[in-house]
Design a protein around this ligand. Structure first.
Ligand code: ADP
Ligand code: MG
Length: 225
């Protein structure tokens, strides 16, 4: 289960990295091609440099198109929403972490309100979100602690709260948490929260965070029912 989790996060990370890179490359590339064309227009047709500028502009255009394709490819697929029992989904995800929790001296507590309505959601995507959040919670409790997962609902929204008793998050980094590549971990990708945020937004939901340094952290995922 552990390897599968890692693979899923790595895969998401590669996609995000490609998307990020192509975005970074696109603007300078468009500038280069654009300026080559501008200079080209100031030269007489038979100037030997015209052909070279033509090649620069043409190749820049070709790369731009390639980038468009890469972005299309790395864009997360549109959510494939199916009617889902949230309680079942959460139970499945927690099962993935049971061994790790035991070996890390983490006590898990599940608190599901009765009668949570079924939600239309992409099971794989929301699973990935919960995996990312629980993984962070466990990483924040390297020396043991309590992991709480609670779900509740009203007519319009389902809320899933993931609580840990880890070190908490310093106020000065709160704003950066969801930025791609922001990580305070030596081997962190900094993509878990960025990807999760995007996936939940794509579902018309939201993720919020409350944290007290030295006490712990709570991430709350809200999804429309
Ligand atoms: P990564 O886990 O690879 O560092 P994430 O996007 O998952 O990237 O998290 C970004 C950062 O947010 C983490 O490096 C950490 O500093 C902070 N963070 C996220 N969740 C928690 C948590 N439950 N407790 C403390 N810090 C957290
Ligand atoms: Mg993470």
């Amino acid at each position: 289960a552990q390897t599968k989790l890692l693979l899923a996060e790595r895969f998401a990370a590669i996609g995000e990295a490609a998307a990020h890179l192509s975005h970074e490359i696109k603007n300078p590339l468009m500038l280069m091609g654009g300026f080559a064309r501008q200079v080209q227009r100031t030269l007489p047709e038979d100037d030997a440099r015209t052909q070279k500028l033509e090649i620069i502009a043409g190749e820049a255009k070709r790369l731009e198109n390639l980038l468009l394709e890469v972005r299309e490819f790395t864009r997360p697929p549109q959510p494939r929403k199916v009617e889902t029992d949230i309680t079942e989904l959460i139970t499945e995800v927690i099962r993935l972490f049971q061994e790790q929790a035991a070996s890390q001296d983490i006590e898990c507590r599940l608190d599901m309100a009765p009668g949570i309505p079924r939600c239309m959601l992409d099971v794989d995507q929301i699973k990935q979100v919960l995996i990312n959040l629980i993984k962070n919670a466990m990483e924040a409790m390297a020396c043991g602690g309590k992991l709480g997962i609670a779900a509740s609902a009203d007519e319009r929204f389902v809320q899933i709260a993931i609580d840990d008793t880890g070190g908490g998050i310093p106020t000065e980094i709160m704003k950066k948490l969801f930025h791609p590549f922001f990580s305070t971990k030596p081997k962190g990708t900094g993509l878990g929260l960025a990807v999760s945020y995007k996936l939940v937004q794509d579902h018309g939901g939201d993720i919020t965070v409350q944290s007290t340094e030295g006490r712990g952290t709570r991430f709350t995922v809200t999804l429309p029912t």
